[in-house]
Design a protein around this ligand. Structure first.
Ligand code: SAM
Length: 338
């Protein structure tokens, strides 16, 4: 039976009482409707008892409440806005006197019987496993996912860099993925979620599709209309759940795959031959134009991939073949790589 929080003021009341205005530079679009955050928790799996969760950007705490209500045993939340930290670390000076020493987080922290810890930091640099490892029973990569989740109504402006960072940690099984196949339940701008999920030949197919699908099973949770947020952004959001695959779709070095995918998508509307020339830079190796053309030809010959495809048409396996061929070529003497 999940441990529930005692009754608390609504998030809307809290925002009003504490005079919290949203800061656009931190992509603050708050969810005030707990039905939505509870649904988000159900996408993660519903019952979080005996789980440790790391939440990105708790803000005034709506998703935080739903995670605690789902019984999470430990919740470490990382927040970049000091207004959402416990009162001893921050005093807004704008609140009603009675609330000055009693921040939103303090309230929630006490109600949670110390299951919640909010730390100040940038999720992009935050050492998640250092803060959470002691609460998590690590699992082998081949086993079930560990009792550990990454969750967040992500700030739109850092969602892509965060995802790319987590994917590179997933590829090397480091950071939060040193504890096993840690699952992630996150919101993204709808257009970004569509890019993440796009199959070959879909107009939204992009670098994010290839890098994510290579490593994860991605499940579409549900759409959240822009007007459900306060303040409402111009776009809708989507909740996605990512589960790392036991075996990645292709066996290649992740950073080399990243270079190849990035170079080919540089010219989305052109044949991949055009982007492939970027993989053999003139400046670094002093390769002549003719040598570069020869290397590009060799890349397609070795990989068996047709050079007159457009990047959106390529399967993950074709990106894999090109990456293996590229590694083979740049390991040859005198070939300069990116
Ligand atoms: N979880 C709250 C909700 O659902 O209403 C707030 C979500 S709001 C979209 C994003 C939150 O992330 C804000 O509280 C913002 O201050 C915080 N944030 C922005 N950039 C961050 C970063 N780099 N690291 C950690 N938190 C960040």
């Amino acid at each position: 039976m999940a441990r529930r929080l005692p009754p608390l003021p609504t998030i809307a009341d809290i925002i009003r009482l504490y005079g919290l205005s949203a800061r656009s530079q931190l992509s603050q679009n708050f969810l005030l409707d707990l039905n939505i955050t509870e649904r988000l928790v159900r996408v993660a799996g519903g019952d979080l008892s005996s789980c440790c969760v790391c939440e990105v950007g708790p803000g005034p705490g709506s998703l935080t409440r739903s995670i605690l209500n789902a019984g999470a045993a430990h919740l470490i939340a990382v927040e970049r806005d000091r207004r959402f930290l416990p009162s001893l670390e921050y005093d807004t000076g704008q609140c009603l006197p009675a609330f000055k020493l009693y921040s939103t987080v303090q309230l929630l922290s006490e109600a949670s019987e110390d299951r919640l810890k909010v730390v100040y930091g940038d999720a992009l640099d935050f050492n998640i496993e250092e803060s959470c490892a002691s609460f998590v029973e690590g699992k082998s990569w081949e086993g079930d996912p560990p009792n550990f989740h990454l969750m967040g109504n992500l700030p739109f402006n850092v969602s892509i860099p965060l995802l790319l960072k987590w994917l590179s940690l997933m590829a090397t099984r480091t950071g939060p993925f040193s504890l096993g196949r840690t699952q992630l339940t996150l919101t993204f701008q709808k257009e970004v979620a569509e890019r993440i999920m796009a199959p070959p030949n879909d107009p939204q197919r992009s670098r994010l599709s290839v890098m994510t699908q290579h490593l994860c099973h991605v499940k579409w949770g549900f759409k959240i209309r822009g007007k459900a947020f306060t303040p409402p952004p111009k776009v809708d959001a989507v909740v996605l759940k990512l589960t790392p695959l036991v075996t990645p779709r292709i066996t290649v070095d992740y950073s080399t795959l990243e270079k190849v995918v990035k170079a080919l998508f540089q010219y989305r509307r052109k044949y991949i031959r055009r982007g492939a020339t970027l993989l053999f830079p003139e400046e670094k190796g002093g390769q002549t134009k003719a040598q570069r053309e020869g290397l590009v030809e060799e890349l397609f010959r070795l990989s068996g991939v047709e050079e007159t495809l457009r990047p959106q048409a390529l399967t993950i396996e074709q990106f894999g073949a090109l990456t293996s061929a590229y590694s083979q070529l740049v390991n040859t003497d005198n070939v300069a790589s990116l």
